[in-house]
Design a protein around this ligand. Structure first.
Ligand SMILES: Cc1cc2nc3c(=O)[nH]c(=O)nc-3n(C[C@H](O)[C@H](O)[C@H](O)COP(=O)(O)OP(=O)(O)OC[C@H]3O[C@@H](n4cnc5c(N)ncnc54)[C@H](O)[C@@H]3O)c2cc1C
Length: 393
Protein backbone atom coordinates (compact mmCIF):
# COMPACT_ATOMS: atom_id res chain seq x y z
CA UNK A 1 0.00 0.00 0.00
CA UNK A 2 1.28 3.44 -0.93
CA UNK A 3 -0.44 6.47 0.58
CA UNK A 4 1.95 9.00 -1.02
CA UNK A 5 1.08 11.25 -3.94
CA UNK A 6 3.13 10.93 -7.13
CA UNK A 7 5.49 13.77 -8.08
CA UNK A 8 3.06 14.76 -10.86
CA UNK A 9 0.15 14.89 -8.43
CA UNK A 10 2.19 16.99 -6.03
CA UNK A 11 3.18 19.40 -8.83
CA UNK A 12 -0.38 19.88 -10.06
CA UNK A 13 -1.64 20.37 -6.51
CA UNK A 14 1.11 22.89 -5.83
CA UNK A 15 0.16 24.83 -8.95
CA UNK A 16 -3.47 25.05 -7.78
CA UNK A 17 -2.38 25.90 -4.23
CA UNK A 18 -0.29 28.80 -5.48
CA UNK A 19 -3.07 29.96 -7.83
CA UNK A 20 -5.56 29.98 -4.95
CA UNK A 21 -3.17 31.85 -2.65
CA UNK A 22 -2.11 34.43 -5.26
CA UNK A 23 -5.26 34.96 -7.34
CA UNK A 24 -8.28 33.79 -5.34
CA UNK A 25 -7.70 34.55 -1.66
CA UNK A 26 -6.93 38.26 -2.28
CA UNK A 27 -10.51 38.59 -3.59
CA UNK A 28 -12.11 37.34 -0.40
CA UNK A 29 -12.81 40.71 1.23
CA UNK A 30 -14.39 42.02 -2.00
CA UNK A 31 -16.55 38.91 -2.23
CA UNK A 32 -17.75 39.33 1.35
CA UNK A 33 -18.43 43.05 0.80
CA UNK A 34 -20.43 42.41 -2.39
CA UNK A 35 -22.45 39.64 -0.78
CA UNK A 36 -23.22 41.89 2.19
CA UNK A 37 -24.70 44.33 -0.36
CA UNK A 38 -26.82 41.51 -1.80
CA UNK A 39 -24.71 41.28 -4.99
CA UNK A 40 -23.02 38.26 -6.51
CA UNK A 41 -19.72 37.59 -4.76
CA UNK A 42 -17.79 36.92 -7.96
CA UNK A 43 -19.30 38.69 -10.99
CA UNK A 44 -19.31 36.57 -14.20
CA UNK A 45 -16.77 38.80 -15.96
CA UNK A 46 -14.31 38.50 -13.06
CA UNK A 47 -14.81 34.72 -12.95
CA UNK A 48 -14.12 34.57 -16.69
CA UNK A 49 -10.90 36.62 -16.30
CA UNK A 50 -9.66 34.23 -13.62
CA UNK A 51 -10.59 31.19 -15.71
CA UNK A 52 -8.75 32.67 -18.72
CA UNK A 53 -5.71 33.33 -16.57
CA UNK A 54 -5.68 29.71 -15.40
CA UNK A 55 -6.20 28.52 -18.97
CA UNK A 56 -3.04 30.38 -20.08
CA UNK A 57 -1.15 27.99 -17.80
CA UNK A 58 -3.03 25.01 -19.24
CA UNK A 59 -5.51 24.71 -16.38
CA UNK A 60 -8.79 24.09 -18.19
CA UNK A 61 -11.32 21.28 -18.07
CA UNK A 62 -9.96 19.41 -15.05
CA UNK A 63 -11.77 16.15 -15.88
CA UNK A 64 -12.82 16.98 -19.44
CA UNK A 65 -11.26 14.50 -21.89
CA UNK A 66 -8.21 15.76 -23.78
CA UNK A 67 -9.98 15.32 -27.13
CA UNK A 68 -12.28 18.16 -26.00
CA UNK A 69 -9.38 20.35 -24.97
CA UNK A 70 -9.50 19.40 -21.29
CA UNK A 71 -6.84 18.02 -18.97
CA UNK A 72 -8.53 14.64 -18.46
CA UNK A 73 -7.19 14.40 -14.90
CA UNK A 74 -7.93 11.41 -12.69
CA UNK A 75 -10.63 11.40 -10.03
CA UNK A 76 -7.96 11.45 -7.31
CA UNK A 77 -6.35 14.52 -8.87
CA UNK A 78 -9.76 16.19 -9.31
CA UNK A 79 -10.45 15.63 -5.61
CA UNK A 80 -7.08 17.13 -4.67
CA UNK A 81 -7.85 20.15 -6.87
CA UNK A 82 -11.25 20.60 -5.17
CA UNK A 83 -9.65 20.52 -1.71
CA UNK A 84 -7.31 23.36 -2.73
CA UNK A 85 -10.16 25.40 -4.26
CA UNK A 86 -12.25 24.78 -1.16
CA UNK A 87 -9.66 26.52 1.01
CA UNK A 88 -11.23 29.75 -0.17
CA UNK A 89 -14.96 30.47 -0.06
CA UNK A 90 -14.69 32.52 -3.27
CA UNK A 91 -17.07 30.72 -5.65
CA UNK A 92 -14.42 30.02 -8.27
CA UNK A 93 -14.12 26.99 -10.47
CA UNK A 94 -11.85 26.30 -13.43
CA UNK A 95 -13.35 26.68 -16.90
CA UNK A 96 -13.78 23.87 -19.40
CA UNK A 97 -16.44 21.93 -17.50
CA UNK A 98 -19.47 20.21 -19.03
CA UNK A 99 -22.09 17.96 -17.42
CA UNK A 100 -21.07 14.31 -17.81
CA UNK A 101 -24.33 13.31 -19.51
CA UNK A 102 -23.77 15.79 -22.35
CA UNK A 103 -21.02 13.46 -23.54
CA UNK A 104 -23.88 11.04 -24.46
CA UNK A 105 -25.19 13.60 -26.94
CA UNK A 106 -25.23 12.84 -30.67
CA UNK A 107 -22.78 14.67 -32.95
CA UNK A 108 -25.16 17.55 -33.78
CA UNK A 109 -26.02 18.06 -30.08
CA UNK A 110 -22.35 17.90 -29.13
CA UNK A 111 -21.65 20.70 -31.59
CA UNK A 112 -24.57 22.77 -30.35
CA UNK A 113 -24.37 22.18 -26.59
CA UNK A 114 -21.38 20.19 -25.38
CA UNK A 115 -18.61 22.15 -27.08
CA UNK A 116 -20.04 25.63 -26.21
CA UNK A 117 -20.57 24.51 -22.59
CA UNK A 118 -16.95 23.43 -22.33
CA UNK A 119 -15.87 26.74 -23.92
CA UNK A 120 -18.09 28.67 -21.50
CA UNK A 121 -20.17 30.35 -24.22
CA UNK A 122 -23.32 28.46 -23.17
CA UNK A 123 -24.57 27.67 -19.67
CA UNK A 124 -26.45 24.50 -18.79
CA UNK A 125 -28.68 23.40 -15.94
CA UNK A 126 -29.95 20.01 -14.87
CA UNK A 127 -33.59 19.65 -13.86
CA UNK A 128 -35.09 16.59 -12.25
CA UNK A 129 -36.39 17.85 -8.87
CA UNK A 130 -40.02 18.95 -8.71
CA UNK A 131 -42.16 20.38 -5.92
CA UNK A 132 -43.49 16.84 -5.33
CA UNK A 133 -40.35 14.85 -6.18
CA UNK A 134 -36.97 15.42 -4.50
CA UNK A 135 -35.37 12.43 -2.78
CA UNK A 136 -37.99 10.32 -4.50
CA UNK A 137 -37.03 11.34 -8.03
CA UNK A 138 -39.16 8.53 -9.46
CA UNK A 139 -42.23 10.54 -8.48
CA UNK A 140 -41.67 13.21 -11.16
CA UNK A 141 -44.80 14.33 -13.00
CA UNK A 142 -43.50 16.69 -15.66
CA UNK A 143 -44.75 15.16 -18.88
CA UNK A 144 -43.74 15.22 -22.53
CA UNK A 145 -46.51 14.25 -24.94
CA UNK A 146 -45.90 13.35 -28.55
CA UNK A 147 -47.60 15.66 -31.06
CA UNK A 148 -46.69 14.81 -34.65
CA UNK A 149 -42.90 14.97 -34.88
CA UNK A 150 -42.69 17.17 -31.77
CA UNK A 151 -42.96 16.71 -28.03
CA UNK A 152 -44.85 19.08 -25.75
CA UNK A 153 -43.33 19.45 -22.28
CA UNK A 154 -45.50 20.54 -19.35
CA UNK A 155 -44.61 20.73 -15.69
CA UNK A 156 -42.64 22.47 -12.98
CA UNK A 157 -39.10 21.89 -11.75
CA UNK A 158 -37.64 23.38 -8.60
CA UNK A 159 -34.30 24.13 -6.89
CA UNK A 160 -32.45 24.08 -10.20
CA UNK A 161 -28.86 25.28 -9.77
CA UNK A 162 -27.94 27.78 -12.46
CA UNK A 163 -31.57 27.90 -13.60
CA UNK A 164 -31.62 31.69 -13.65
CA UNK A 165 -28.62 32.05 -15.97
CA UNK A 166 -28.79 28.86 -18.04
CA UNK A 167 -29.12 29.06 -21.82
CA UNK A 168 -30.46 25.52 -21.94
CA UNK A 169 -31.79 22.87 -19.58
CA UNK A 170 -31.49 19.09 -19.50
CA UNK A 171 -35.02 18.40 -18.30
CA UNK A 172 -36.45 15.02 -17.32
CA UNK A 173 -40.05 14.26 -18.27
CA UNK A 174 -42.39 11.29 -18.30
CA UNK A 175 -42.88 10.10 -21.87
CA UNK A 176 -44.73 6.87 -21.10
CA UNK A 177 -47.42 7.45 -18.47
CA UNK A 178 -48.48 3.79 -18.33
CA UNK A 179 -45.00 2.44 -17.61
CA UNK A 180 -44.42 5.29 -15.17
CA UNK A 181 -47.52 4.28 -13.22
CA UNK A 182 -46.23 0.71 -13.10
CA UNK A 183 -42.97 1.99 -11.62
CA UNK A 184 -40.92 1.15 -14.74
CA UNK A 185 -38.94 4.40 -14.49
CA UNK A 186 -36.08 2.90 -16.49
CA UNK A 187 -38.36 2.99 -19.54
CA UNK A 188 -40.76 5.85 -18.80
CA UNK A 189 -38.60 8.97 -18.43
CA UNK A 190 -36.80 10.86 -21.20
CA UNK A 191 -34.22 13.64 -21.04
CA UNK A 192 -34.72 16.63 -23.37
CA UNK A 193 -32.28 19.43 -24.09
CA UNK A 194 -34.39 22.58 -24.25
CA UNK A 195 -33.17 26.10 -25.03
CA UNK A 196 -34.53 28.91 -22.90
CA UNK A 197 -35.83 30.63 -26.01
CA UNK A 198 -37.99 27.57 -26.75
CA UNK A 199 -40.24 28.84 -23.99
CA UNK A 200 -39.42 27.76 -20.43
CA UNK A 201 -39.20 30.40 -17.74
CA UNK A 202 -37.32 30.64 -14.43
CA UNK A 203 -37.85 32.30 -11.05
CA UNK A 204 -35.00 32.60 -8.59
CA UNK A 205 -35.43 31.05 -5.14
CA UNK A 206 -33.73 32.83 -2.23
CA UNK A 207 -31.84 30.49 0.10
CA UNK A 208 -29.89 30.80 3.36
CA UNK A 209 -26.68 30.49 1.35
CA UNK A 210 -25.33 32.50 -1.53
CA UNK A 211 -26.90 30.00 -3.92
CA UNK A 212 -29.86 31.13 -5.93
CA UNK A 213 -31.41 28.07 -7.55
CA UNK A 214 -34.54 28.55 -9.63
CA UNK A 215 -38.01 27.16 -10.18
CA UNK A 216 -38.55 26.38 -13.88
CA UNK A 217 -41.95 26.39 -15.59
CA UNK A 218 -42.73 24.43 -18.75
CA UNK A 219 -46.10 25.50 -19.98
CA UNK A 220 -46.60 23.38 -23.08
CA UNK A 221 -43.08 23.90 -24.43
CA UNK A 222 -42.87 22.38 -27.92
CA UNK A 223 -39.57 20.71 -28.85
CA UNK A 224 -38.55 18.56 -31.82
CA UNK A 225 -37.60 14.88 -31.39
CA UNK A 226 -33.99 15.88 -32.08
CA UNK A 227 -33.98 17.43 -28.57
CA UNK A 228 -33.89 14.03 -26.90
CA UNK A 229 -30.60 13.38 -25.10
CA UNK A 230 -29.72 9.70 -25.38
CA UNK A 231 -32.72 7.49 -26.05
CA UNK A 232 -36.45 7.94 -25.58
CA UNK A 233 -37.49 6.30 -22.29
CA UNK A 234 -33.91 5.95 -21.02
CA UNK A 235 -33.62 9.28 -19.24
CA UNK A 236 -33.75 8.08 -15.64
CA UNK A 237 -30.41 6.29 -15.92
CA UNK A 238 -28.90 9.51 -17.29
CA UNK A 239 -30.29 11.45 -14.33
CA UNK A 240 -28.74 8.98 -11.88
CA UNK A 241 -25.45 9.18 -13.76
CA UNK A 242 -25.46 12.98 -13.47
CA UNK A 243 -26.22 12.87 -9.74
CA UNK A 244 -23.57 10.22 -9.14
CA UNK A 245 -20.95 12.00 -11.27
CA UNK A 246 -18.81 13.12 -8.43
CA UNK A 247 -20.24 12.66 -4.98
CA UNK A 248 -16.67 12.61 -3.71
CA UNK A 249 -16.04 16.10 -5.10
CA UNK A 250 -18.60 17.88 -2.91
CA UNK A 251 -17.05 16.76 0.38
CA UNK A 252 -13.58 17.35 -1.12
CA UNK A 253 -14.39 21.03 -1.52
CA UNK A 254 -15.86 21.21 1.99
CA UNK A 255 -12.72 19.52 3.32
CA UNK A 256 -10.54 22.35 1.99
CA UNK A 257 -12.76 24.88 3.76
CA UNK A 258 -12.52 22.94 7.01
CA UNK A 259 -8.72 22.82 6.84
CA UNK A 260 -8.67 26.59 6.48
CA UNK A 261 -11.20 27.12 9.28
CA UNK A 262 -9.20 25.00 11.72
CA UNK A 263 -6.07 26.97 10.81
CA UNK A 264 -8.00 30.19 11.43
CA UNK A 265 -9.31 28.77 14.70
CA UNK A 266 -5.81 27.87 15.92
CA UNK A 267 -4.42 31.29 15.05
CA UNK A 268 -7.31 32.96 16.86
CA UNK A 269 -6.85 30.69 19.87
CA UNK A 270 -3.15 31.61 20.14
CA UNK A 271 -3.91 35.33 20.06
CA UNK A 272 -7.12 35.59 22.05
CA UNK A 273 -6.51 35.83 25.79
CA UNK A 274 -9.09 35.34 28.52
CA UNK A 275 -8.45 35.18 32.24
CA UNK A 276 -4.76 35.89 31.60
CA UNK A 277 -4.04 33.09 29.13
CA UNK A 278 -4.48 32.43 25.41
CA UNK A 279 -7.58 30.29 24.91
CA UNK A 280 -5.33 27.83 23.01
CA UNK A 281 -4.15 26.69 26.45
CA UNK A 282 -7.68 25.65 27.49
CA UNK A 283 -8.61 22.03 27.11
CA UNK A 284 -12.10 22.91 25.87
CA UNK A 285 -10.55 24.68 22.87
CA UNK A 286 -7.87 22.04 22.31
CA UNK A 287 -10.49 19.31 22.11
CA UNK A 288 -12.40 21.20 19.45
CA UNK A 289 -9.17 21.51 17.45
CA UNK A 290 -8.30 17.84 17.98
CA UNK A 291 -11.74 16.48 17.08
CA UNK A 292 -11.84 18.65 13.98
CA UNK A 293 -8.39 17.49 12.85
CA UNK A 294 -9.41 13.84 13.26
CA UNK A 295 -12.61 14.45 11.28
CA UNK A 296 -10.63 16.17 8.52
CA UNK A 297 -8.13 13.34 8.30
CA UNK A 298 -10.87 10.68 8.21
CA UNK A 299 -12.77 12.60 5.55
CA UNK A 300 -9.61 13.04 3.44
CA UNK A 301 -9.20 9.28 3.23
CA UNK A 302 -12.88 8.60 2.58
CA UNK A 303 -12.77 11.08 -0.31
CA UNK A 304 -9.50 9.76 -1.75
CA UNK A 305 -10.56 6.12 -1.37
CA UNK A 306 -13.79 6.86 -3.28
CA UNK A 307 -11.88 8.71 -6.00
CA UNK A 308 -9.30 5.92 -6.20
CA UNK A 309 -12.10 3.43 -6.83
CA UNK A 310 -13.57 5.66 -9.54
CA UNK A 311 -10.17 5.75 -11.26
CA UNK A 312 -10.02 1.97 -11.22
CA UNK A 313 -13.48 1.63 -12.73
CA UNK A 314 -14.77 -0.11 -9.62
CA UNK A 315 -18.29 0.25 -8.32
CA UNK A 316 -17.64 3.25 -6.08
CA UNK A 317 -21.22 4.06 -5.07
CA UNK A 318 -20.85 2.86 -1.49
CA UNK A 319 -17.58 4.72 -0.98
CA UNK A 320 -18.99 7.87 -2.56
CA UNK A 321 -22.10 7.81 -0.39
CA UNK A 322 -19.94 7.35 2.69
CA UNK A 323 -17.72 10.30 1.75
CA UNK A 324 -20.74 12.50 1.03
CA UNK A 325 -22.51 11.55 4.27
CA UNK A 326 -19.47 11.83 6.49
CA UNK A 327 -18.42 15.09 4.83
CA UNK A 328 -21.87 16.63 5.22
CA UNK A 329 -22.19 15.77 8.89
CA UNK A 330 -18.61 16.38 10.02
CA UNK A 331 -17.96 19.57 8.09
CA UNK A 332 -21.06 21.08 9.65
CA UNK A 333 -19.72 20.14 13.08
CA UNK A 334 -16.31 21.59 12.28
CA UNK A 335 -17.65 24.95 11.10
CA UNK A 336 -19.80 25.11 14.22
CA UNK A 337 -16.80 24.40 16.48
CA UNK A 338 -14.56 26.93 14.73
CA UNK A 339 -17.27 29.57 14.90
CA UNK A 340 -17.48 28.81 18.63
CA UNK A 341 -13.69 29.22 19.03
CA UNK A 342 -14.01 32.71 17.54
CA UNK A 343 -16.76 33.69 20.03
CA UNK A 344 -18.82 36.75 19.05
CA UNK A 345 -16.49 37.52 16.14
CA UNK A 346 -17.38 34.17 14.60
CA UNK A 347 -20.99 35.24 14.39
CA UNK A 348 -20.25 38.48 12.51
CA UNK A 349 -20.09 39.03 8.77
CA UNK A 350 -16.56 40.42 9.08
CA UNK A 351 -15.21 36.88 9.10
CA UNK A 352 -16.19 34.22 6.55
CA UNK A 353 -17.17 31.66 9.20
CA UNK A 354 -20.87 32.50 9.22
CA UNK A 355 -20.81 32.32 5.41
CA UNK A 356 -19.24 28.87 5.50
CA UNK A 357 -21.77 27.91 8.18
CA UNK A 358 -24.65 28.80 5.85
CA UNK A 359 -23.03 27.31 2.78
CA UNK A 360 -21.97 23.97 4.27
CA UNK A 361 -25.48 23.28 5.51
CA UNK A 362 -26.45 22.58 1.93
CA UNK A 363 -24.04 19.65 1.75
CA UNK A 364 -26.42 17.66 3.95
CA UNK A 365 -29.31 18.27 1.55
CA UNK A 366 -28.51 18.41 -2.15
CA UNK A 367 -27.42 15.58 -4.41
CA UNK A 368 -28.80 13.08 -1.92
CA UNK A 369 -29.65 14.08 1.66
CA UNK A 370 -27.90 12.51 4.66
CA UNK A 371 -30.88 10.22 5.09
CA UNK A 372 -30.78 9.07 1.48
CA UNK A 373 -27.02 8.35 1.73
CA UNK A 374 -27.68 6.31 4.88
CA UNK A 375 -30.45 4.47 3.05
CA UNK A 376 -28.07 3.66 0.17
CA UNK A 377 -25.25 2.58 2.49
CA UNK A 378 -27.49 0.37 4.62
CA UNK A 379 -29.22 -1.18 1.61
CA UNK A 380 -25.91 -2.04 -0.04
CA UNK A 381 -24.77 -3.74 3.16
CA UNK A 382 -28.04 -5.52 3.94
CA UNK A 383 -28.40 -6.79 0.39
CA UNK A 384 -24.81 -7.95 0.33
CA UNK A 385 -23.66 -5.57 -2.43
CA UNK A 386 -21.03 -4.13 -0.09
CA UNK A 387 -19.14 -5.34 2.94
CA UNK A 388 -18.29 -3.62 6.21
CA UNK A 389 -14.74 -4.72 5.46
CA UNK A 390 -14.63 -2.08 2.71
CA UNK A 391 -12.82 -2.45 -0.59
CA UNK A 392 -9.84 -4.29 0.92
CA UNK A 393 -12.13 -7.20 1.74
C1 LIG B 1 -29.44 24.89 -3.28
C2 LIG B 1 -29.99 23.68 -3.94
C3 LIG B 1 -29.57 23.35 -5.23
C4 LIG B 1 -30.14 22.25 -5.90
N1 LIG B 1 -29.79 21.99 -7.20
C5 LIG B 1 -30.51 21.07 -7.91
C6 LIG B 1 -30.32 20.94 -9.34
O1 LIG B 1 -29.45 21.60 -9.93
N2 LIG B 1 -31.11 20.08 -10.01
C7 LIG B 1 -32.07 19.31 -9.40
O2 LIG B 1 -32.76 18.55 -10.09
N3 LIG B 1 -32.26 19.40 -8.04
C8 LIG B 1 -31.51 20.27 -7.30
N4 LIG B 1 -31.73 20.40 -5.92
C9 LIG B 1 -32.74 19.56 -5.28
C10 LIG B 1 -32.16 18.61 -4.27
O3 LIG B 1 -31.48 17.57 -4.89
C11 LIG B 1 -33.32 18.16 -3.36
O4 LIG B 1 -33.69 19.26 -2.56
C12 LIG B 1 -32.92 16.99 -2.48
O5 LIG B 1 -32.76 15.82 -3.26
C13 LIG B 1 -33.98 16.70 -1.40
O6 LIG B 1 -35.26 16.66 -1.93
P1 LIG B 1 -36.44 17.50 -1.23
O7 LIG B 1 -35.96 18.88 -1.03
O8 LIG B 1 -37.66 17.33 -2.06
O9 LIG B 1 -36.64 16.84 0.17
P2 LIG B 1 -37.55 15.55 0.48
O10 LIG B 1 -37.22 14.47 -0.47
O11 LIG B 1 -38.97 15.97 0.57
O12 LIG B 1 -37.04 15.16 1.91
C14 LIG B 1 -37.45 15.82 3.11
C15 LIG B 1 -36.77 15.14 4.29
O13 LIG B 1 -37.21 13.78 4.36
C16 LIG B 1 -36.07 12.92 4.32
N5 LIG B 1 -36.41 11.70 3.59
C17 LIG B 1 -36.90 11.60 2.34
N6 LIG B 1 -37.08 10.31 2.01
C18 LIG B 1 -36.67 9.58 3.07
C19 LIG B 1 -36.59 8.18 3.36
N7 LIG B 1 -36.94 7.26 2.45
N8 LIG B 1 -36.12 7.80 4.57
C20 LIG B 1 -35.76 8.72 5.49
N9 LIG B 1 -35.81 10.04 5.28
C21 LIG B 1 -36.26 10.48 4.09
C22 LIG B 1 -35.00 13.72 3.59
O14 LIG B 1 -33.69 13.22 3.86
C23 LIG B 1 -35.24 15.11 4.16
O15 LIG B 1 -34.66 15.20 5.41
C24 LIG B 1 -31.12 21.44 -5.22
C25 LIG B 1 -31.49 21.76 -3.92
C26 LIG B 1 -30.97 22.85 -3.27
C27 LIG B 1 -31.43 23.18 -1.89
Amino acid sequence: MDLELTEDEKDIRQWVRTFVEKEIMPLEQDVLARERRGERGLPPEELKQLQDLARESGFFGVQTPEEYGGMGLSAVMAALVEVELGRSFVPFRFGGYADNILFHANDAQKEEYLVPTIEGTKKSCFAITEPGAGSDARAIRTSAKKDGEDWVVTGEKTFITGGTEADFVMVFAVTDAEKHKEGRTGESVTCFIVDRDQGWTSDQIDTMGEWGPAALTFDGVRVPSSSILGEEGKGFALAMQWIGRGRYLLPARALGGCERMVEMGMEWAHNRETFGKPIAERQAIQWMVADSAVDIEALRWLVLAAAWQVDRGRDSRQAQSMAKLYGGVRCNEIVDRMLQVHGGMGYTRELPLERWYRELRLLRIYEGTDEIQRRTIARNLLKGHASVRGHLG
